[in-house]
Structures are given as C-alpha cells and as structure tokens.
Write a protein that binds this ligand. Structure first.
Ligand SMILES: [Zn+2]
Length: 308
C-alpha cells in the first residue's frame, strides 16, 4: 500500500483561547507519533492551499463570506460558544480543504492507495450554513462533492467514527442518495442529533452508542450497521471522518475504545475499499482531545493504512 500523509504548519496557526480542547498541540502530538521509524515509508506531502471555489460545492457564498469577514486581523473572535477564529484561521481552513481534495485526486489518479490528512480545523459539525462545534467548513462533505464533480464518482461513502455525531455531514447530504453517511457516536452527547430514526433518503445510517460503551458493542455496531450499509451501497470512494475522541482517555466523552479498535475499524474499511472502491480510501482528522489517546490512535490507524 502507498499511504500518503498531508499536513501543514499553517494548521498550528489556527489559535484557540487557553484551555480550549481543539488546540494546536493536537497536531504536534500526531507529528511526534508519526515521526517514528515505522512511519518512514509514509509519503509525506505538504498540504496545498485549497481552491476557494470548492467550498461552494457545499456551502452557499454568503455563509462563506460571513466566515471570511469574521476572521480578525489580531486576537480571537468567537463564532459561537466554542467555535473560534484567529488571524490565520482562514488559511488553515482553506488548506484543510486543499489537503482533503488533493487526497481525493491522489486516490483517483493512483498516486496513493490511501491518504491520511492531519489538519485543523475539523469539519463534520459544519452544516450548510452554520459553523459550529470547532468546525468552520465541512472538509469531508466538500471532498465527497469534489470526488463527484472532478472524478465522476457516482457514489461516495463517508464513515464517521468520531465520538460526536456529524450533524453537519448529515445535514448536507440529508436528501442525497449519491452519498452514504454512516456514523457511530455517543448519545446523548453534543450536538444531540444522530438517532437511529434519522435516515434521510435512506442514505443516513446512525449507530448511536450509550455512554460507557466499549470495544465489543462498538464493533458490533460497525458489523451490524455500518459494514452492511457499505456493501449494499458499493461506493466508488470511502472517506473516513476520523475523530479519535471515542478513545477511553478522551475528556469530552464516555466511550471506551482503545487504539486496537481504531486499527480494527480501519482494517474493516480497507477491506470494503478493496472490495468496492479499488482501495480508494481518504481519512480526514476530526476530533480527539487527549494528546496521548490521540497519538496512540493515529499511530494505530496509519500503521493499518500502510500495511493493508
Ligand atoms: Zn468529536
């Protein structure tokens, strides 16, 4: 397997107030974890700046302009209670989108079998016209639309194992049977959406997990809900909304996964990508707020991506 890694120093310049969990140190922890010998074979590429027009594949222009105008020349500005922008946030957000779209290009042109994007800000809470939950624009949704527009993908699956429900991705694709959205997440928990009964046009598959869920029930949800949906849908591309906040060390939730579960889930999705998508798999960082849990989990995830 050729596994590519995109990241960029600008992601460290998207600043947060003291004590905010979605902080630049998250990416420093990932960089340290992937700086080890087993990762020498990673194809490391600096993330390209994104084409702003691709944001419009998902978000309307007035919303995009509103976010751009709120980015300050100095200091911090709150978009909502927990979503914050600093002077370099626009460039960070554009470069997160650039990396996600470049990853799509790579798997469709054969430059890589799979790609992990270590970027900030995350994206899965961003709805069509609402930035929230630390997210400005929905990176995974833009990448899915980009794959359809640029590479003629007919069916794109987004699998979201972040511990929070990806309300934004669900909102964007609610009536769109060309995109399958599958999510495992803790419920009840922010943002409050993600009940099993929320099925969109039959293309939304939610697998809510009760607090204190561990490996067994997580894997059971994956086996009984996510994997059959993928087999039925037979996607041309699988995008992972890869949050690692379901790790047992994470301070924002009460799901008790270990890095072995992320290794396992990665393997399952690679198996489906081999079966349906010519291995095409793009993984985009979402949450994960315990620096050790995040580093261990990303190492396990990327190790599996490289091994096949
Ligand atoms: Zn999360």
């Amino acid at each position: 397997m050729t596994t590519r890694l995109y990241t960029h120093p600008i992601y460290l310049e998207h600043l947060m107030p003291a004590g905010h969990p979605e902080r630049p140190d998250r990416l420093r922890a990932i960089e340290r974890a992937l700086d080890d010998e087993p990762f020498e074979a990673l194809d490391r590429v600096e993330a390209p700046e994104g084409d702003e027009q691709t944001i419009l594949l998902v978000h309307p222009e007035p919303f995009v302009e509103d976010i751009r105008l709120r980015v300050p020349e100095e200091g911090l500005v709150r978009i909502d209670g927990d979503t914050v922008v600093s002077p370099n946030s626009w460039r960070a957000a554009i470069t997160a989108i650039g990396a996600a779209n470049a990853a799509v290009d790579d798997v469709f042109t054969g430059k890589a079998d799979n790609v992990f994007v270590a970027s900030r800000p995350p994206g899965h809470h961003a709805e069509k016209t609402t930035a929230m939950g630390f997210c400005l624009f929905n990176n995974a949704a833009i990448a899915a639309r980009y794959a359809q527009r640029r590479h003629g993908a007919e069916r794109v699956a987004i699998v979201d194992w972040d511990v929070h429900h990806g309300n934004g991705t669900q909102d964007i694709f609610w009536n769109d049977p060309s995109v399958l959205y599958c999510s495992t997440h803790q419920m009840p928990l922010f943002p409050g959406t993600g009940a099993k009964s929320e099925t969109g046009a039959g293309n939304i598959v939610n697998a809510p997990l009760a607090p204190d869920t561990g490996s067994d029930l997580f894997r059971e949800a994956f086996r009984s809900r996510v994997l059959p949906a993928l087999d039925n849908f037979a996607p041309d591309l699988i995008i992972i909304s890869a949050g690692f906040d379901a790790h047992h060390r994470d301070p924002l939730a009460e799901i008790n996964l270990t890095e072995a579960d992320f290794d396992w889930a990665t393997g399952q999705l690679m198996d489906r990508a081999a079966r349906h998508s010519s291995n095409r798999l793009v993984s985009l960082l979402e949450g994960g707020y315990d620096l050790h849990g995040l580093a261990f989990s990303v190492a396990a995830h990327v190790t599996r991506l490289m091994k096949g």
